[in-house]
Write a new protein. Structure first.
Length: 412
């Protein structure tokens, strides 16, 4: 059905569209070797303003969240502001033509604002509109990736990141496929399978685990759902899951030679980034309070390995989600993240009556697992859906919706 976003949510949706607009601009700019920094700064700042405005306009869920959770949400908001204050000296530092300030206005400010959508009252109409955007992005990914598959399969090009940017949003479409038309089901499943294939060939282990878990939960969620809507469709869901599992198994067997690099790297654990992790630990152990508070959103650490290749001993990030959060906000930020996520998972899985809540609970759980290996947040639907999902799982109204009703709203 045609969905009109309630006017209070128009700013939020426009902000999301602008994020992807600038992503397309960056993509085209890279192809033609041009750069539009001032234009990018302007769009990101407009997106930030629209996003904050949208949250303020839709901040009506205070009565639906219990006081303890509301207190944790508020502390999370305050601590995020503290993370910016911890970096204020670096942000206003004129070194390298105010490079850190440019980093902030080039998306970092907006990135750390995305989680605050949990203060917005969830709207099924708004979610339906974002679902449609995820579907269009998945189509774009398939149109680009299939003809250029040899290029995407080259590990030297690192093009598997486009799967996260343009195909990551398809994850929620797969998890809620029982609501969707056949066309959307095919597009979303093929998108996830293609991303899995590309990342497996390129041995991107964290992405293989992430999207592999998406497919696993896509099969499990309908099986454990007890709604009337699903009882009528459970036999079909079981048959589809079994058939799809056999197809995937045979595909892996007949293409096992392509995945030898993945199997080889899977035996090495964190070895590929262990040296950087060791340097991170050494630096933080020398400054123990930083484990608790972090070093702010522009935090970095001493790395002699980094210095050899970049002529700077300060490395601005670490390829582990939890460690990167510790770098920015310390144990406090990680504890708040987990304290918000775990109740959402419980509420979504066990105290909900619909597939949507369970799908978002699965996304939140998979994100916690993803943060172990990599899971660095980005300005993508993959990351945004986690926080939209947290809001949905905390909302008693959203958890109590009937699947039949949601299928009429969310069907593309």
């Amino acid at each position: 059905m045609k969905v009109k976003v309630p006017f209070q949510y128009e700013s939020l949706f426009l902000a999301i569209c602008l994020i992807y607009f600038i992503t397309f601009v960056d993509l085209v700019s890279g192809l033609v070797e041009l750069n539009f920094p001032v234009f990018r700064y302007f769009i990101y700042l407009i997106s930030f303003v629209l996003f904050v405005r949208g949250i303020i306009q839709t901040k009506t869920n205070r009565r639906t969240v219990n006081p303890v959770s509301r207190l944790i949400f508020n502390f999370f908001f305050v601590w995020t502001i503290c993370m910016f204050l911890l970096s204020i000296k670096d942000i206003i530092d004129p070194a390298n033509n105010y490079i850190n300030f440019k980093i902030i206005i080039s998306g970092t400010l907006l990135l750390y604002t995305l989680p605050f959508i949990l203060f917005s009252e969830p709207s099924e109409y708004f979610i339906a509109k974002v679902f449609k955007l995820a579907y269009l992005l998945a189509i774009f990914f398939l149109i680009v990736a299939i003809p250029l598959l040899p290029y995407f399969l080259s590990p030297d090009n690192y093009q598997e990141s486009y799967g996260i940017v343009f195909g990551g949003g398809a994850s929620i479409l797969v998890l809620t496929s029982v609501y969707q038309s056949k066309a959307v089901k095919w597009v979303s499943f093929i998108t996830i399978l293609l991303i899995l294939f590309i990342t497996a060939v390129n041995a991107r282990r964290n992405q293989v685990v992430y999207f592999g878990l998406i497919l696993l939960f896509a099969g499990l969620i309908p099986l454990v759902s007890q709604s009337v809507f699903m009882r009528k469709r459970k036999k079909i869901a079981i048959a589809n899951f079994i058939g799809f599992s056999f197809f995937l198994l045979f595909f892996i067997i007949f293409n096992s030679s392509r995945f030898s690099y993945l199997i080889e790297r899977s035996k090495t654990g964190m070895e590929s980034r262990q040296d950087y992790i060791d340097e991170f630990y050494d630096d933080f152990n020398a400054h123990p309070t930083d484990w608790v508070t972090g070093r702010g959103v522009i935090g970095d650490f001493t790395s002699h390995i980094w210095e050899v290749s970049r002529e700077s001993e300060r490395r601005p990030g670490i390829e582990s989600g939890y460690l990167d959060f510790i770098l920015r906000g310390g144990y406090i930020y990680v504890l708040l993240l987990v304290s918000i996520s775990l109740p959402a998972i419980f509420l979504g899985f066990f105290l909900s009556k619909n597939i949507l809540s369970k799908a978002f609970a699965a996304l939140i759980l998979i994100n916690l697992i993803d943060l172990i290996g990599f899971g660095i947040p980005g300005l993508t639907l993959k990351y945004l859906f986690i926080w939209i999902g947290i809001g949905v799982c905390y909302s008693r109204r959203m958890r109590n919706y009937d699947d039949k009703y949601l299928s009429t709203i969310l069907k593309i």
